[in-house]
Write a protein that binds this ligand. Sequence first.
Ligand code: ATP
Ligand code: MG
Length: 432
Amino acid sequence: MSKYRSVRGMVDIFPEDSRHWQFLENTVAETLASYGYGEVRLPIVEYTELFTRGIGKATDIVEKEMYTFDDRNAESLSLRPEGTAGCVRAAIQAGVLNTPQRYWYAGPMFRYERPQKGRQRQFHQIGAEAFGVASPDMDAELILMSARLWRRLGIAQGVELQINSIGSSESRSRYRSALVEYLNQYVDQLDEDSQRRLQSNPLRILDSKNAGTQALLENAPDMSEFLDAESADDFSILCALLTAAGVAYTVNTRLVRGLDYYNKTVFEWVTTRLGAQGTICAGGRYDGLVKQLGGRDTPGVGFAMGMERLVLLLAEMGSMDMSSAPVADVYVVAVGDDAYKVALSTVESLRSEMPRCRLVQHTGGGSFKSQMKKADKSGAQVALIWGEDEVSAGTVTVKPMRVEKESGERLAQQSCLLPELPAVLSAALTID
Ligand code: ATP
Ligand code: MG
């Protein structure tokens, strides 16, 4: 085996798998477009400061997960760990935030984490961001859009919506004091990470996976009691909108997000079917972020979903045929140089007439028998065969390769004149 391996936590995706990704990407793109979201394509590398300012210095991402390096000009750059900061930067830079905007993006993100199922160092997200609308109808739209997506993907039965409001920064800082005061009584019973966070980012303790810490949190003060009036109002409007739209949800007052920019509504779509990495989509409001990054005060709300986890869930729920697909619809066998030339030009014009048909031409020569073996292996429904006889008669042999479902019989092969080939082939391809 070669000594070159992919970087730990970064994986290659081959055609058997990429077709599942394509199905996911196409379904997402169609669904988001049906709500008026337009795709933005953004750089993978940004100035590091964008993320330290945007995501927050005391977050896990900025503290220990970023891929940061100096370029040749000694400027600190980072591979993007998430998409929102870059999207906000781009929107400010382009000067498009004087009117509401709906955007989506897709692509790789990078975080130095411990690789495990559903957690990689290069992973992929599709995210949506809506700028310029402060009212909770926008939050509802994003949640409805994601709910529709789960239905279209056939995974709605496997996911659950959790929502919370983390309020304004004032209400959060009042809550933070109360939480710190409460947890200070139990410092030595907290896990190590949480002890550290007690100083740097106490709200993140609510997120701790440690059972002992979770038990202590049972009696901790509840965030909902510290909400400012506006956040509480907005949250009840959102709940009412979701109920009216028939979207089920659970209010989880411990739900916080790992990035500093969130305020008011936060939400997560979670599943119990993937083990520890159960969050497939997460988002919320970030009304202060545009201003924080130097733009005019503009509200925003968005979400990002983890594509690796979605692909795993699609497989887990059997909502997609994960068996390996044939690589060809038609396999072209040609024995001898003359036959190959006729085959080549005929198949080229077939591709013009049947652009969706996958016509794989045998390459590399070989005997009839060895070419037919390849035809069989390709999983093609039909083989087109050219030998000396066909070339001199101006015909091609059309040989069905699969058996018919009902009778279990293989259809007879036929000889066909070249002008008739498109029609004969179309008919042959409709059988199973
Ligand atoms: P987690 O708690 O699982 O670490 P997070 O809160 O850090 O997630 P976000 O920053 O909100 O995640 O990203 C949104 C989504 O992107 C997550 O819900 C998840 O589906 C996916 N995601 C995040 N980090 C990774 C990763 N390292 N590998 C694969 N998917 C990821
Ligand atoms: Mg994380």
